[in-house]
Design a protein around this ligand. Structure first.
Ligand code: MG
Length: 402
């Protein structure tokens, strides 16, 4: 029997959320009538670049290739541009990789978690985000999630926080999203202490520093919250500062999660092999798709490190399904982030994973079990804007990490 081959590659960009994330979905159409796969290539901040990479470079490379050879296609596509491991090409590659796994599942008439080795669990425990303007509002919002059955809640205050009430800037300062790292630490540690006292010992509390602190301030923060028994502290450091994890590790037992900004395998390999973090939380399209995420999960399992894949609104439902299938299989699954999509996303993406009582469930259809209504997706076209929230500055006006 001749192989089933890739006949066409289509890129679908849709923006159904009020928060304006551009979701990028790759549709690989095969020589088998009616057989196609969907993959997530969502890099919302630079979506034109990913679309161009897919349409202009990946499509001509892929046409005519045998869909059964996922590993071979991944390895060749990875080095085809010679320069590699960057976010644009990794996202394009992810769209292709996830679509090929979707096709393999459909051909096998099995969900992808079966192809990975089968389930270790029936559903994936998720965490959601509670925010508020002051500690009491954060606590009230966390309680509302607990009432809905969630047992893991990430607590933030004022978004990623650090808005300085005093906000004394030199005259003529450049406009921007200002924050004060020292104020951030004072206010967040206080909020987390109040939340632990109010919510009780059983509530699993998470917090995301979002790489907003200098390394020594991050170390102090991790030590200050150690008695609060967090489930994990996320992105205490920037990828550029990862050697500092050794110092945090040496001085406290706060569980550490890291990885949503990673693109290059060396970034997580170094941390895994030194056992410097507890949770891997890469954005799987940013690292090149399901194939490298599977490899990273296995690598982490050998060292006792768990998974916590990035799951924000700028991951399409196809990407969330890929996260979920890894979660169901991985022996070292830890937790899954969940962004709580509104109904319109379920209408555009039939089969989008459902969450009940704090767990995310698969639908057991072949592949990843998610489809796309292209006509409906087209009713939510992407818009262009110059990003403001990433134009962050410190009180004296210095540019800072967002
Ligand atoms: Mg984060």
């Amino acid at each position: 029997m001749p192989p089933i081959t890739i006949q066409d590659l289509k890129v679908i960009v849709t923006q159904p959320l009020s928060t304006h994330q551009r979701m990028i979905v790759v549709k690989l159409i095969t020589s088998e009538p009616g057989l196609y796969g969907l993959g997530c290539a969502t890099f919302t901040q630079s979506y034109h670049s990913v679309v161009a990479a897919l349409e202009q470079h990946f499509k001509p490379f892929l046409i005519g290739r045998d869909v059964s050879r996922i590993e071979d296609i991944w390895q060749m596509a990875w080095v085809n541009a010679y320069w590699r491991n960057g976010p644009v090409l990794n996202n394009a590659l992810s769209g292709v990789d996830i679509a090929l796994w979707d096709i393999k599942g459909k051909l096998a008439n099995m969900p992808v978690y079966q192809l990975l080795g089968g389930k270790c669990r029936e559903a994936a425990a998720v965490y959601v985000h509670a925010d508020g303007r002051d500690p009491q509002e954060v606590i009230d919002n966390a309680r509302a999630f607990m009432d809905q059955g969630y047992r893991y809640v990430r607590l933030q205050m004022g978004g990623y926080g650090g808005k300085d009430a005093r906000d004394v800037r030199p005259p003529g300062s450049t406009p921007g999203a200002y924050y004060d790292a020292r104020e951030y630490t004072r206010r967040m540690v206080g909020m987390l202490e109040k939340a632990r006292a109010a919510l009780g010992a059983e509530m699993e509390i998470l917090h995301d520093i979002h790489e907003r602190l200098s390394p020594i301030d991050a170390l102090n923060f991790a030590k200050a919250v150690e008695p609060l028994n967090l489930f994990f502290l996320e992105d205490a450091l920037a990828p550029e500062d990862i050697e500092w994890f050794a110092h945090i590790r040496a001085q406290c037992a706060t569980p550490l999660a890291m990885g949503e900004l990673f693109n290059h395998p060396q970034e997580w390999r170094w941390l895994i092999e030194r056992r410097l973090i507890d949770f891997l939380r890469m954005h799987i399209s940013q690292i090149g798709g399901l194939t490298p995420a599977r490899n990273a999960a296995i690598h982490g399992a050998i060292y006792g490190i768990r998974t916590a894949w990035h799951g924000p609104g700028d991951v399409s439902p196809v990407g969330h399904a890929a996260n979920l299938h890894l979660d169901l299989w991985a022996p070292n699954f830890g937790i899954q982030e969940w962004c709580r999509f509104p109904e319109v996303v379920y209408e555009i993406f039939p089969g989008c994973p459902e969450v009940r009582d704090g767990y995310m469930f698969p639908n057991d259809r072949p592949g990843f079990g998610v489809d796309i209504d292209e006509a409906l997706a087209a009713k939510y076209p992407p818009t262009d804007e110059v990003l403001q929230w990433t134009q962050t500055r410190l009180p004296d006006g210095s540019p800072a990490r967002p």
